[in-house]
Write a protein that binds this ligand. Structure first.
Ligand code: ADP
Ligand code: ZN
Length: 805
C-alpha cells in the first residue's frame, strides 16, 4: 500500500482567497502521526502559520515541485473529528464565513490561545521516554516545535494508552472563594434526645433536626441546605445555639453545578400525552432514523421529563446525548434537574467556567467520559462522537443564533448533526418559532403536543389592563390601580410578586396615550423608530422617513409621544406606592458583576424580598413556589420593535413570564398592562392559545412576504465615512437589482437604527426571496467582490437575522 503523503490543509489566514485547502507534503517522519483534524505548522508565503489538516491523499495533481512540507505537528490527537470537519464545511457555506473561522469557533478557547501545554507521566513508561524525552522529570512543557516528529508519534501512542496525559496550564487561576456551610453533629443520641424534648409548636426546628438525623456528620453548603429543606436563617441559628450543627467556611467550587450531596431523582410515571410523545421519539431512536420532533408543550407540561426519559433510553443503547439550553445562567434549575438524574456523567458547559475548566470538560467529553452534555449555543460543537439524541430546549430562543461571525444557528447545527448520526432531535418549546411550527405543519418535523400541566398545577389566569383608562383620569404612572391593589394583597399575605419591565430591544418609538396607536411605515407595516437628531420617524427596512407627528393619526389626540422608561424610575415609583415592600431590582446595571444575578435570585428564593422587579431576563426558567402574582408593566415595548418578529416576541415573552406564576400549589395570577389590549399577540397570550396565535401570525407573515414564507438576508456594511457607506451600499443595491428578477425584494439601503458605532457608520440592505440557490451564488460573489476591492468597506451577510437593530 502506498503511504499517504499529501495533506490538504486549511491555513489560518482568514481571507476569501485562502478559504480552501492547500496541499502540503507530509514528511516521512510524520507519516504515522498526521491525521485529519490535527493542527500543524506550515510555511505560508514568507511566514509560518497554523493550519488544520482536513484530508490526506496518496497522490496530487498539483505540481509537486511547488509543494512545501509540514513543519510541525501541533496536536497529539485530532482536535476535530471527521464529523466536525465536515460540519465546518457546512457552516462555512451556510453562514458566508471562512472555514478557518468556523473551525476555530468549534474549539475551546484554551486551544486557541497560547496556553502552555503540559505533558505528564501518569503510568509506567520506558526509560527512553522517561529519561530522554522527559529528561527524568514527571512533567514537561509540550513544545511541538522542539520535539522530533518520531517522538511525537511515540507520545501520541502513549497518550492513547493513558500512560501520559496532556493538560493546559492556566496561569491566571481564579482565587479560591469560600462560602458558608454547616457541619452536622454526629452525636445521634444527643439529637434524639433534643428531638423528644422539642416543643410541638417548633415545627421548623423539628424539620431541621430530622434532616440532620438523616445526614449525621455531613457538611452542607447553606444555600443547598435551604434548597432542600425550607429552613430559615433564624431556625439555623437556633440549631447552632443548640449545638446540632456548626457554621464553617468551605471552598467554593467554581463550577456552580458541581454540587455535593445532589439529591438524585428517578423517572416519573408519565401521563398519557408525555408517554405518546416519548414512544414516538424512542421508536425513531430504535429505528436509527433522522427525525426532528417539535415538542410543543405549555409551560409546566413536563417537557423536561420527556427529555430525561428519552435520554435514559439512549444511554441504555450505549449512546450519548447533546442537550442545548438557551442560557445556562438563566436556567440553573434545568441544569440541576439533568444533573440530579444523571449525576457525574453530565458535563455542563457554562459561561462561568474559566478557559482551563472548559478545556477540562471538553477533554472529558472527547475521551468519552460523559454521557450527556448540557450547554448553551457553543456546546452544539461538543466533541461527542456517538450521539443518540439531541435536545434543543426553548428552541425559539434567539440566543441560539450567534450574532457575530460565523453567524450560525445552533438549532440548524443540531439538525445537521442529527442527520449525520441518523438520530432523533427534540425541539421543545411552549411557544415554538413560527419557522419551526410551519415546518411541522408541512411534515418536515413531527409535531408532538403536551396540552396539560403535568404536576397538577393550573395555568395562571391572565388579566389585561388597558392603560389608556388608567391614564385617562389620572397623572402619568406605570402602575394601574388593579396592579397596585394586587401587589398590596400579596404583601399582606406574605406572598411574592414578579414585575417585568419589557425592555426588549432598545429602539424608541412614539405611541398615542389615548388610543395606543404606533405609527407604522406604509411599505413594510413595521413600527417606525424615533430619531431625535433628524426629528423624524424612520423605517429601517426600506428607509422610509417622515416627520414626528404632533397629533395622532388615528384619534387626533395630541398625547402622542415617546414611549419607554427604565427600571430605576419604576423602582422609585414602586417605593413611593408601597414603601413597606422589599424590592430586588434586576437589570443590566445591577447584574453586571459576575454571580450577582445568582445572589439576587437566591435572596428572592429565601424570601428576603417581596417583589422581584426586572427586565425580560427574569422571564425565563425561574421557579419560585411562592410567586403568585406576575405583573407585566408594559407589553407594548416589544410590539413596537422595528422588526417583523414583534408580535411573535411579544407572545413568547408574555407566555414565558406568565409561566412564572403559580408554579406550585398556590394559584397564580398575571396582570398585563398595555395600551393595545385588543392586539392579537396579547389576546392569544391571555388565553394561553399558541395555536390560535400561530394561525393568525402566519396570515400576517403571508400578507407581508415575511418568514416563513420568504427567506430574509441582511447585508450590512460599515465605513468610517458616512457618505462613503451610503454611496457604496447604493452601488451594492444597484448591482443586486441588475442581477435578480423582481421576485427578489430588495429593501434599502438604509442607515441602521444604531447607525454609528465605534466611529463607523452602518447601513443595511434587506433581501426577501423565495428561492435560495440562485441568490446564494450571488451573495458569495458579492462577498468576494467586497474582499477584493480595498475601499475600507466592511461587509457582512446575515441569513435570517434575528435583529435589525
Ligand atoms: P416544562 O419543562 O414543560 O415547563 P416541567 O418539566 O418543568 O415542565 O414540569 C413541570 C412540573 O411537573 C415539574 O415539577 C415536574 O417535576 C412535574 N412533572 C412532570 N411530569 C410529571 C408527571 N408525569 N407526573 C407528575 N409530575 C410531573
Ligand atoms: Zn418600511
Amino acid at each position: 500500500m502506498t503511504k499517504l503523503q499529501y495533506a490538504q490543509i486549511i491555513v489560518d489566514v482568514p481571507t476569501m482567497q485562502t478559504n480552501q485547502p492547500y496541499t502540503y507534503i507530509v514528511p516521512e517522519t510524520m507519516l504515522d502521526t498526521v491525521v485529519p483534524g490535527m493542527r500543524v505548522d506550515v510555511p505560508f508565503g514568507h511566514r509560518h502559520v497554523m493550519g488544520f489538516v482536513v484530508g490526506l491523499r496518496a497522490t496530487t495533481d498539483v505540481d509537486t515541485e511547488q509543494l512545501r512540507s509540514i513543519t510541525n505537528v501541533l496536536d497529539m490527537t485530532p482536535v476535530l473529528n471527521a464529523e466536525l470537519l465536515s460540519l465546518s464545511d457546512y457552516i462555512a457555506d451556510e453562514t458566508f464565513a471562512f472555514r478557518i473561522s468556523v473551525m476555530q469557533t468549534m474549539l475551546p478557547n484554551a486551544l486557541k490561545a497560547n496556553y502552555e501545554r503540559i505533558l505528564k507521566i501518569i503510568d509506567d513508561v520506558n526509560d527512553d521516554v522517561r529519561y530522554r524525552i522527559f529528561k527524568g522529570l514527571e512533567e514537561i512543557t509540550y513544545r511541538p516545535q522542539e520535539i522530533d516528529p518520531t517522538d511525537i508519534a511515540t507520545l501520541t501512542k502513549l497518550r492513547r494508552n493513558h500512560k501520559i496525559d496532556m493538560s493546559i496550564n492556566v496561569l491566571n487561576r481564579a482565587k479560591i472563594k469560600t462560602q458558608l456551610a454547616y457541619q452536622f453533629t454526629d452525636d445521634m443520641e444527643f439529637l434524639e434526645n433534643d428531638y423528644q424534648e422539642l416543643n410541638k409548636a417548633a415545627k421548623k426546628q423539628a424539620e431541621l433536626l430530622k434532616f440532620i438525623l438523616g445526614h449525621l456528620g455531613e457538611i452542607w453548603i447553606k444555600k443547598e441546605l435551604q434548597e432542600i429543606i425550607e429552613t430559615s436563617d433564624s431556625t439555623l441559628r437556633q440549631g447552632v445555639n443548640k449545638k446540632w450543627l456548626k457554621k464553617i467556611q468551605v471552598e467554593q467550587l467554581r463550577d456552580p453545578f458541581a454540587m455535593v450531596n445532589m439529591p438524585t431523582t428517578t423517572a416519573l410515571q408519565l401521563n398519557s400525552e408525555q408517554q405518546d410523545a416519548l414512544d414516538l421519539i424512542l421508536a425513531s431512536a430504535d429505528a436509527g432514523q433522522y427525525q426532528p420532533f417539535l415538542l410543543e408543550g405549555i409551560t409546566g407540561s413536563g417537557k423536561t421529563e420527556v427529555y430525561l426519559q428519552a435520554a435514559q433510553h439512549v444511554f441504555d443503547q450505549g449512546k450519548t446525548v447533546l442537550f442545548l439550553v438557551p442560557e445556562i445562567a438563566l436556567t440553573p434549575q434545568m441544569v440541576r434537574r439533568v444533573k440530579s438524574r444523571f449525576g457525574a456523567q453530565t458535563a455542563v458547559l457554562h459561561s462561568g467556567l474559566s478557559d482551563g475548566e472548559r478545556y477540562d470538560e471538553w477533554r472529558r467529553i472527547e475521551r468519552g467520559d460523559v454521557k450527556i452534555v448540557v450547554g448553551a449555543r457553543s456546546a452544539v460543537f461538543a466533541p461527542l462522537d456517538n450521539i443518540g439524541l439531541i435536545i434543543v430546549d426553548e428552541e425559539h430562543e434567539t440566543t441560539y443564533k450567534q450574532t457575530d461571525n460565523p453567524r450560525y444557528h445552533a438549532r440548524d447545527v443540531a439538525l445537521w448533526r442529527a442527520q449525520y448520526y441518523q438520530i432523533p432531535v427534540i425541539l421543545g418549546s411552549a411557544t415554538p418559532s413560527l419557522e419551526s411550527r410551519a415546518r411541522a405543519q408541512r411534515g418536515v418535523y413531527e409535531l408532538l403536543r403536551l396540552t396539560q400541566r403535568a404536576g397538577g398545577a393550573k395555568l395562571p389566569t391572565v388579566e389585561i389592563i388597558d392603560m389608556k383608562e388608567t391614564l385617562a383620569d389620572g397623572p402619568e404612572t406605570n402602575f394601574s390601580e388593579q396592579l397596585r391593589i394586587k401587589l398590596k394583597e400579596r404583601l399582606d399575605r406574605g406572598e411574592q410578586s414578579v414585575l417585568m419591565l419589557n425592555r426588549r430591544g432598545f429602539s424608541s418609538f412614539v405611541m398615542c396615550r389615548d388610543c395606543g396607536y404606533v405609527p407604522r411605515d406604509p411599505n413594510c407595516n413595521l413600527a417606525m423608530t424615533l430619531h431625535m437628531d433628524s426629528h423624524t420617524l424612520k423605517c429601517h427596512y426600506c428607509g422610509h422617513e417622515e416627520p414626528i407627528p404632533k397629533i395622532c393619526g388615528q384619534c387626533g389626540s395630541n398625547r402622542i409621544r415617546y414611549y419607554g422608561t427604565g427600571t430605576e424610575k419604576i423602582e422609585t415609583e414602586l417605593k413611593s406606592l408601597l414603601p413597606e415592600a422589599r424590592v430586588i431590582r434586576m437589570d443590566q446595571d445591577t447584574t453586571r458583576k459576575k454571580g450577582s444575578m445568582d445572589t439576587m435570585l437566591q435572596k428572592f428564593g429565601n424570601h428576603e424580598a417581596d417583589i422581584l422587579l426586572g427586565t425580560q431576563m427574569i422571564a425565563k426558567g425561574l421557579d419560585f413556589p411562592d410567586v403568585t402574582l406576575v405583573g407585566v408593566l408594559n407589553a407594548d415595548t416589544s410590539l413596537g420593535l422595528p422588526d417583523f418578529h414583534a408580535s411573535e416576541r411579544t407572545f413568547q415573552l408574555l407566555t414565558q413570564v406568565s409561566g412564572r406564576a403559580g408554579r406550585a400549589k398556590k394559584a397564580g395570577e398575571v396582570l398585563v398592562q398595555t395600551f393595545n389590549p385588543q392586539h392579537y399577540a396579547i389576546a392569544y397570550a391571555k388565553n394561553h392559545d399558541y395555536e390560535g396565535f400561530y394561525k393568525q401570525e402566519m396570515a400576517v407573515r403571508h400578507a407581508g412576504n415575511y418568514a416563513p414564507y420568504y427567506y430574509t438576508v441582511q447585508i450590512q456594511a460599515s465605513h468610517t465615512e458616512k457618505n462613503e457607506t451610503a454611496r457604496q451600499m447604493i452601488q451594492v443595491a444597484r448591482w443586486l437589482r441588475s442581477r435578480v428578477g423582481d421576485q427578489v425584494i430588495i429593501l434599502g439601503p438604509s442607515p441602521k437604527p444604531i447607525a454609528k458605532l465605534r466611529n463607523r457608520y452602518y447601513f443595511q440592505i434587506i433581501l426577501k426571496f423565495k428561492r435560495r440557490q440562485e441568490l446564494d451564488i450571488l451573495l458569495v460573489e458579492l462577498q468576494n467582490r467586497a474582499q477584493r476591492t480595498k475601499n475600507g468597506l466592511q461587509l457582512s451577510i446575515d441569513r435570517e437575522p434575528i435583529s435589525f437593530m
